[in-house]
Design a protein around this ligand. Structure first.
Ligand code: ATP
Ligand code: MG
Length: 688
């Protein structure tokens, strides 16, 4: 037996060799590998592809679909490594020929270009990302006059979400509204008109959105001859993370391979976390019986990723799920270290705790890259991002924009910087253009004018009010002057900036409620710094090379910490994993509106998070954490309690501890801060 097969356990080998025992043109029947996290599903899939190639399959005729482009690239590397082991130098050529590896959407785009003319599509179509799509939806919303309706018509983001869910789940609009957007139910007629106009606009502009890539693909396959033609291009079709595919995706697979010949899918129903994108766990559960004869099923029962205590805790959490197909796993990786439940005072302490631990781990030889911090939603990492930036710990973030890079946070910081230093042209330029009626050339003129004056803030007040800018201008000037005077004090002045900025935020962004929450969070973070100056300088917000878009993003060969939403962490693993905000209200997210199936999905989300860890897992529980915008009570710190998914009966699986508050500043540091030296005078004195 080849060495690469010997490394697999018997069940994995069964899946890898399925249908290939007879050499030559034999193509296997449908195969499902369904098993828990870390059991080697992805690894098995990579081995299967390599094995098929080794056995003579044409790599150009293998279609391999993964959950992300990152996962596709990783899969390609793994296949190549195995092929190289067996085939030697030729393997490079082999794996390069594995051209049909990618996401459903990416593969769809390629096939649509190939067949465009047959289905009345201009092959030069361009693709809209979600933001473009929302903008187009918004434009049409305005054109049809829906944005001016008396009662509140759904926002562009909601309209797009409704549209997307309807097309991805192949479900009538009424049902979608009833089940997922009940507060929009009265708008079905307008929404229908809106979506019709949206589709027409896309066609007129020759653009496809993400959903179209699947939708057009699926519809193209309704044409039996085209379906057969495309189906014949691929001898083998393999899909990872099958539990998170939606109806359209499964219908595409069935149309390509109606008898299931050459079809392999792998997944874990306990990790199904994408139902908000219309993914349905039924796809994986129904897979075996979608074919006659039914698909072969392989289950795996050994976890190779996590230590025994981590696996035991994760198993205990998912065991409380109401419905579940995959069985618990066992592992042979022994360890005395149970996962930790770490109680900290609040989200600032949570950030400090994680930063401390990450550095300690690095000291003891665990690279930053082998550590990850996971969280429920992108904005949960705000305080941590600030703390990491302050301490110069490089990080990359998956699944959302970096907090300090987001437009609204930058706007606020620009206001503070400008108040601090009205000669800061970058900040001033950014700020003034927020004002209606002030464009780049006006901003330029203002900055030129005040830059020459001894007292720039006074000069700003003297500057004639730009036409069409009226009150917005005067309130801008008044706010800046008040800030400059320092009367409001720190951190109250951040509140001042925020109140000035909010109307501009609302004008510029549809999702202003979420962004407002970020700003309040910024206020909380900044409050911890004692003064405006310290806050701004310690952050070192301006990267040295401010002209490059890539500034601040570490180079790939550098070491950096991973920050990721749990959703984006799917399929990956790290030596040390931290999960932020393991409290009710975060995981599960919003208690007030959660239906039981939504709550169950949140449980699976925690399971996904916990099973990313190889050696160490910390779930952090801030006693107070920050909520915003969700409930009538608005933004505030609330007292939090441990996530309901870890009830008292499960505490035995954890080491429960709390992290002491940050040590007080040393006496010398405090005194040194009082010292005042005019270094500038000394510098000048050197030349006199
Ligand atoms: P997830 O459900 O999180 O996607 P998975 O089931 O796809 O997990 P993999 O990522 O394929 O699991 O594998 C988890 C880890 O176990 C990897 O580090 C992989 O290299 C290792 N592994 C898998 N199978 C074996 C094996 N037979 N022997 C040794 N290590 C293995
Ligand atoms: Mg996997």
């Amino acid at each position: 037996m080849s060495a690469y097969l010997e490394k697999l356990n018997p069940e994995q080998r069964l899946a890898v060799e399925h249908g290939t025992t007879v050499e030559g043109s034999h193509i296997a029947g449908p195969l499902l590998v369904i098993a828990g996290a870390g059991s080697g599903k992805t690894n098995t899939l990579a081995h299967r592809v390599a094995h098929l190639i080794v056995k003579g399959a044409d790599p150009r005729r293998i279609l391999l679909m993964t959950f992300s482009r990152r996962a596709a690239a990783e899969m390609g590397r793994r296949v190549e490594r195995i092929c190289r082991e067996v085939l030697g130098a030729n393997a490079g050529i082999m794996a390069d020929a594995l051209a049909w590896t990618g996401t459903f959407h990416g593969i769809g785009a390629r096939l649509l270009r190939d067949y465009a003319e047959q289905i009345g599509l201009d092959p030069a179509f361009t693709i809209h990302d979600r933001e473009d799509s929302a903008d187009l939806m918004n434009l049409i919303r305005h054109e049809l006059g829906f944005s001016k309706l008396e009662s509140r018509f759904p926002t562009k983001a909601t309209c797009l979400a409704i549209y997307s869910r309807a097309v991805n789940s192949e479900t009538p609009l009424e049902e979608i509204l009833r089940d997922f957007f009940p507060w929009c139910a009265g708008w079905d007629k307008q929404l229908r008109d809106l979506f019709a106009a949206y589709v027409e606009a896309k066609q007129a502009q020759n653009v496809l959105d993400y959903d179209d890539l699947l939708l057009y693909w699926a519809h193209m396959l309704h044409e039996p001859l085209i379906a057969e033609d495309i189906g014949r291009r691929f001898d083998h079709v393999l899909v990872d993370e099958y539990q998170d595919t939606n109806r359209l995706q499964s219908s595409i697979l069935l149309a390509l391979k109606p008898g299931g010949q050459g079809l392999t899918v792998v997944g874990d129903d306990a990790q199904s976390i994408y139902s908000f994108r219309a993914a349905t766990v039924r796809n994986i559960l129904d897979f075996p019986t979608s074919f006659t004869p039914a698909a072969n099923i392989v289950t795996l029962d050994r976890n190779y990723r996590s230590t025994q205590p981590i696996l035991a805790a994760a198993n205990a959490v998912i065991e409380l799920a109401s419905e579940r197909f995959t069985k618990n796993l066992r592992t042979e990786r022994q360890s005395a270290q149970r996962p930790r439940l770490v109680t900290v005072r609040d989200d600032s302490d949570q950030a400090r705790y994680v930063a401390d631990q990450v550095l300690e781990n690095r000291e003891s030889g665990v690279k930053l890259k082998q550590q990850a911090v996971l969280f429920r939603t992108s904005h949960h990492s705000g305080p941590l991002e600030v703390e990491l930036t302050r301490r110069n710990i490089p990080f990359v973030k998956f699944g959302g924009l970096k907090f300090l890079d987001s437009a609204h946070v930058k706007d606020m910081l620009a206001a503070l910087r400008f108040a601090q230093n009205p000669r800061d042209r970058v900040a001033g330029f950014r700020l003034m253009q927020l004002l209606p009626g002030v464009g780049p050339s006006t901003a330029q003129r203002v900055l030129d004018h005040i830059g020459e004056e001894a007292s720039p803030m006074a000069a700003l007040a003297d500057f004639p009010v730009p036409p069409r800018s009226g009150e917005d201008w005067t309130s801008f000037v008044a706010t800046m002057q008040e800030l400059k005077s320092g009367k409001a004090g720190w951190p109250a002045e951040i509140g001042l900036v925020r109140r000035w900025y909010e109307p501009h935020l609302e004008r510029a962004h549809e999702d202003s409620a979420t962004r407002q929450g970020d700003l309040i969070q910024l206020e909380q973070i900044a409050g911890g710094y004692g003064s405006r100056e310290r806050f701004l300088t310690e952050l070192t917000l301006d990267p040295p090379d401010a002209t490059s878009d890539q500034a601040g993003v570490p180079l790939l060969d550098e070491d950096y910490l991973i920050l990721s939403t749990i959703h984006s962490a799917k399929g990956q693993e790290w030596t040390k994993v931290f999960v932020l905000n393991a409290v009710d209200g975060c995981i599960p997210a919003d208690l007030a509106v959660g239906s039981s199936s939504e709550i169950e999905e949140e449980r699976r989300l925690l399971y996904v998070a916990m099973t990313r860890a190889k050696d160490n897992l910390d779930l952090v529980i801030p006693q107070r954490f920050f909520v915003h915008g969700q409930h009538a009570q608005g933004d505030k710190h609330v007292f939090a309690s441990r996530t309901r998914f870890i009830p008292a009966t499960l505490l035995q699986f954890f080491e429960v501890c709390s992290w002491p508050q940050a040590r007080a500043e040393s006496a010398v540091a405090a005194q040194a801060r009082q010292v005042r030296v005019d270094v500038g005078a000394r510098m000048r004195g050197m030349w006199r």
